[in-house]
Ligand binder design. Structure first.
Ligand SMILES: [Zn+2]
Length: 236
């Protein structure tokens, strides 16, 4: 790239001197998905505790909806490539959060799952699930953490038509954060995650592979991700 500083041209009445400043390549600003160091440590712990995928929800404070303070699991059955959330457990989780005076946007908008392999790229089913379950929310985030610590985060919202934005992920240690609690995390994992062998999927008639995708955590049955006090019409 060349930078030239031209003398003003007196024949051009409206000439404005150019600033002698290199033009910067405009970098598209991505929204940031922040995690506290504690939330990040917990997510890594949950990813590494067993060999399967695990999934859950990000919890935020009301004034930092894009900063995950905690990651919470619901009861789920998992293999290396598959998670099925327990419908009742998702409902319980919602009720508990509401009882704790959290608003839905603090606990039901950030869907997190791990990939036991080294790619955080969402599968086609991840995209379909996200669209189907969260597509009617005013906004939602899908966050994936792979085995090698690579991440994928994207923000969807539908203010004026659906928008999908890739996000950067930042572990933000700029604020005080609570210490790790491995014992509690282990307890939550053991209470929530039921490992299945791929073989047992064939035997489990409640997971009817013909009627749904085995990779979709919200099926079957599909919990209403929008808590009852919100009135978004369900899209079929
Ligand atoms: Zn996935």
């Amino acid at each position: 790239m060349r930078f030239t500083s031209l003398p003003p041209d007196p024949n051009r009445p409206h000439h404005r001197p150019r600033r002698n400043r290199p033009r910067r390549k405009r970098r598209q600003r991505r929204p940031l998905m922040r995690l506290t160091p504690t939330a990040w440590a917990k997510l890594v712990f949950l990813r590494d505790y067993g060999p399967t995928e695990v999934g859950g929800f990000g919890i935020t404070t009301s004034d930092h909806l894009l900063q995950i303070d905690d990651v919470m699991l619901v009861r789920q059955r998992c293999t290396e490539t598959f998670v099925a959330f327990d419908d009742e457990s998702v409902a319980e989780f919602f009720e508990n959060q509401i009882d704790a005076h959290l608003r839905p946007e603090q606990f039901a908008r950030i869907w997190i799952h791990t990939h036991p392999a080294d790619s955080a790229e969402p599968s086609p089913t991840d995209h379909e699930t996200f669209e189907r379950v969260f597509g009617h929310c005013d906004w939602a985030v899908m966050l994936i953490l792979a085995r090698n610590d690579s991440t994928h985060a994207e923000l969807h919202w539908r203010q004026e038509g659906p928008v999908r934005l890739p996000m950067d992920v930042l572990v933000d240690s700029g604020e005080p954060f609570p210490e790790s609690d491995f014992a509690a995390w282990e307890e939550e994992y053991v209470a929530s995650v039921q490992r299945l062998s791929t073989h047992s999927l064939d035997l489990d008639d409640s997971l009817d592979a013909k009627s749904h995708s085995l990779h979709d955590p919200f099926e079957p049955p599909c919990p209403d991700i929008t808590p009852p006090f919100q009135t978004h019409p369900d899209t079929p």
